[in-house]
Design a protein around this ligand. Structure first.
Ligand SMILES: NC(=O)C1=CN([C@@H]2O[C@H](COP(=O)(O)OP(=O)(O)OC[C@H]3O[C@@H](n4cnc5c(N)ncnc54)[C@H](OP(=O)(O)O)[C@@H]3O)[C@@H](O)[C@H]2O)C=CC1
Ligand SMILES: CC(=O)[C@@H](O)[C@H](O)COP(=O)(O)O
Ligand SMILES: [Mn+2]
Length: 395
């Protein structure tokens, strides 16, 4: 029996994780679930999966949460705040932590799990993008096992040889990592109409049902940029080792190309329960409720190269990856701010990349040696991005 904490249980990944876990009551027990604003959903989940703890991230919601807990007959202890998130990630009773809080808010609870040597199911890509070497070093020190949940990284993990050594592509005969992406909803849209893209249009992903921030990131391809950086840290590779390939159908979830000409791909219907189940059960496989891929139903199966004019955020992210930690931390922070402003109608779709670029250009680049320093850089970049937005960006 594996004991699991689900950080971000009320989100898209969190709900899918509970769905997979519910299918296997003999294998998994929930220790804690956490949420932020969706208190009712969190209490419904608690009523169903009977965790020992329910954590509300924002202490301002605590009394409302206590009331709802009574209403939903939740027997778990209700906790709140940052320390509680870290405590349920690092408690000795916990075997695995699903890191599925969105954005930089997930860094400290995820790091707590890493430092405590847990099996960390990593969905929260922003945590790795903003902390890079510190994250990987902490895992090496504690013995934490990092299992990628992001579909592409999970695919790459599945396509690598079992004896793959971190950073050593040559020894495994690997030529390239082929990181696939759908290209988002605006893959074919005329560039001269980008100025009128609405929030609703950008919030409609062609293949995946996901949280609102990652959905916007997919539309700008910042998601692929963050994933590019994520590949570098998860597998110890360099920018030159990765090619981004647009695959509009999201059936192949990424590939590894070998020197003998073989290309190994991982495929499946676009349903996050596959990588979640893989992470939970590794090295075994468990049923995940996912519709099997039916090749007779596949009409198109195509590939293309991304164009930076259409996806300036992808170019920025690759350049930041090459520039180093300070740049990736700053870019991630600026992007979180810009996406939030876009969702609130304060800036246009094209402004997201402009804010990101202007923020990066305005930040001094320093070496990042501690989590404290990362958090300070993250705050500085947020202040700068907000300042730039107040100065009114126009598309
Ligand atoms: N959705 C997907 O299919 C995929 C997601 N990912 C990554 O997984 C992560 C989660 O994505 P997704 O599930 O889509 O996101 P959602 O927006 O659906 O869910 C985010 C979760 O984080 C919680 N949360 C939000 N802000 C805070 C905060 N300040 N402190 C603590 N908790 C907070 C939310 O709580 P509440 O809802 O209660 O407010 C919710 O539980 C992201 O990093 C994303 O990039 C990666 C690959 C695929
Ligand atoms: C499901 C998942 O892993 C997402 O990151 C997904 O890949 C987003 O789609 P894009 O390929 O359009 O960014
Ligand atoms: Mn992904």
């Amino acid at each position: 029996m594996q004991t699991v904490t689900v950080l971000g249980a009320t989100g898209s990944i969190g709900c899918n994780t509970l769905d997979v876990i519910n299918r296997h009551p003999d294998k998994y027990r929930i220790f804690a679930i956490t949420g932020n604003n969706q208190l009712k959903l969190l209490m419904e989940q608690a009523n169903k999966c009977s965790p020992r703890y329910v954590v509300i991230a924002d202490p301002l919601h605590y009394s409302a949460a206590l009331e709802l807990a009574k209403q939903y007959q939740v027997e778990a202890e209700i906790l709140c705040g940052q320390q509680a998130l870290e405590d349920v990630s690092s408690a000795p009773e916990v075997d695995s932590v699903m890191a599925a809080i969105v954005g930089a808010a997930g860094l400290l609870p995820t790091m707590a799990a890493v430092k405590a040597g847990k099996r960390v199911l990593l969905a929260n890509k922003e945590a790795l993008v903003m902390s890079g070497a510190l994250f990987i070093d902490a895992a090496n020190k504690s013995g934490a096992q990092i299992l990628p949940i992001d579909s592409e990284h999970n695919a790459i993990f599945q396509c690598l040889p079992h004896n793959f050594t971190y950073g050593d592509l040559g020894n495994s005969g690997i030529e390239k990592i082929l990181l696939t992406g759908s290209g988002g909803p605006f893959r074919e849209r005329a560039l001269d109409t980008f100025g009128s893209i609405t929030v609703d249009e950008a919030s409609t992903h062609p293949n995946w049902s996901m949280g609102r921030k990652i959905t916007i990131d997919s539309a700008t391809m910042m998601n692929k940029g963050l994933e590019f950086i994520e590949v570098c840290w998860l597998f110890g590779v360099k920018s030159k080792d990765i090619d981004v390939v647009i695959h509009p159908q999201s059936i192949i979830h990424s590939m590894v190309q070998y020197v003998d000409g073989s290309v190994i791909a991982q495929m499946g219907n676009p349903d996050m329960r596959t990588p979640i189940a893989y992470g939970l059960a590794h090295p075994q496989r468990i049923e995940a409720g996912v519709k099997p891929l039916n090749f007779k139903e596949i009409v198109d199966f195509s590939f293309k190269t991304p164009c930076y004019e259409r996806y300036p955020n992808l170019k920025l992210a690759i350049a930041a990856c090459e520039a180093g930690q300070c740049a990736t931390t700053s870019l991630n922070a600026a992007n979180e701010v810009a996406v939030e402003h876009f969702l609130h109608g304060n800036i246009s779709f094209c402004d997201i990349a402009k804010v990101n670029e202007a923020t990066l250009n305005a930040m001094s680049m320093v070496e990042m040696n501690s989590i404290q320093q990362l958090l300070e850089q993250d705050s500085l970049a947020r202040v700068k991005a907000n300042e730039l937005i107040r100065g009114k960006f126009q598309c």
